[in-house]
Design a protein around this ligand. Structure first.
Ligand code: ZN
Ligand code: ZN
Length: 299
């Protein structure tokens, strides 16, 4: 597993989430009176294996995030002192300046719009009210989770400013491609190469499934390339449901290569002994094709 947390850039995901989820989540307030400010949302990219998506897991992640300062309880003022009402704006956060005929209102330069100033800043957070710390979080990854899933951990993002609410943490989950299995929803697909002789004579092989067990697959004689075998219930679990998908095994018949002289002799002998019954598809194929187009031309 690898990943890392990062803040949402301005105009990036944060805005997209606002647009999509803004109403659903009750409309977020970035800024409220008194300089309280909601903390930023954080994105954490996590990559897991298909085996982990199959079994589910509890992942421990470390998220560097600003949290409310424990020393001053987020006020930014030195313990034992309180922020005081800004003397320049009397707590309004805005000041008026008259320029000729115009009266312009602007953000108070003394308190930066907070309405309060801190005389004695907290030594731990330098008056910011929050400090950056790496936090350890435990994230439950449910069995059957799909690639591209977003998990939202409410209030686990950046701490708000001056007592504002925390942002959320979004885990963006990616499931790594598997060496042997392709996933389609709850079903898994696996291409299994078998030798030409196994395909012709019949036989069996064992596949290891995601639960770590072995399942025997019987290959009937005369098995063709691309034949599919269904192993019921050997696929992926369905998220928060008792259903389990299937595993489809698809044979890929391998044509022998690098023949010895003896093997070549045997195959040539086999060819001489072959009849149309041995390969009904290929026997006479080109003659049938030719006939088709010639009869087509007569009409
Ligand atoms: Zn502090
Ligand atoms: Zn002020």
């Amino acid at each position: 597993m690898n990943g890392g947390a990062q803040g949402f850039g301005a105009g990036g995901f944060a805005d997209i989430f606002e647009d999509i989820f803004g109403d659903m989540m009750g409309g977020r307030q970035r800024r409220s009176s008194g300089g309280r400010e909601r903390g930023a949302d954080l994105r954490y990219n996590m990559e897991i294996s298909l085996e982990e998506a199959f079994a589910g897991k509890t992942a421990q992640i470390r998220v560097p995030a600003s949290i409310s300062c424990s020393e001053c309880s987020g006020s930014g003022a030195k313990p034992g002192t309180q922020p005081v009402t800004c003397s320049m704006c009397n707590g309004h956060g805005k000041v008026r300046a008259t320029q000729g005929f115009f009266s312009i209102e602007r953000t108070c330069p003394q308190c930066q719009g907070r309405g309060q100033t801190i005389k004695d800043p907290c030594p731990k957070c330098a008056g910011q009210g929050r400090v950056t710390e790496e936090r350890s979080l435990s994230v439950n990854i449910p069995a059957g989770i799909e690639d591209g899933t977003r998990i939202r951990l409410a209030n686990e993002g950046e701490a708000g400013l001056r007592g504002g609410p925390s942002g959320d943490l979004y885990i963006f989950l990616a499931v790594k491609p598997h060496e042997f299995f392709q996933r389609d929803g709850a079903d898994l697909y696996c291409k299994v190469p078998i030798s030409m002789t196994t395909a012709a004579l019949g036989g069996s092989f064992e596949v290891t499934t995601l639960d770590g067990t072995q399942t025997k697959v019987k290959v009937p004689e005369g098995t063709q390339n691309g034949r599919q075998f269904r192993l019921k219930g050997k696929g992926m679990p369905v998220l928060r449901q008792p259903n389990v998908g299937d595993l489809y095994i698809q044979t890929a018949v391998e044509t022998p290569q690098n023949l010895t002289r003896r093997q070549r002799e045997l195959l040539e002998e086999f060819e001489q002994l072959s009849s149309q019954d041995n390969s009904p598809q290929s026997s006479g194929f080109f003659a049938r094709m030719k006939d088709f187009f010639e009869s087509f031309g007569e009409h």
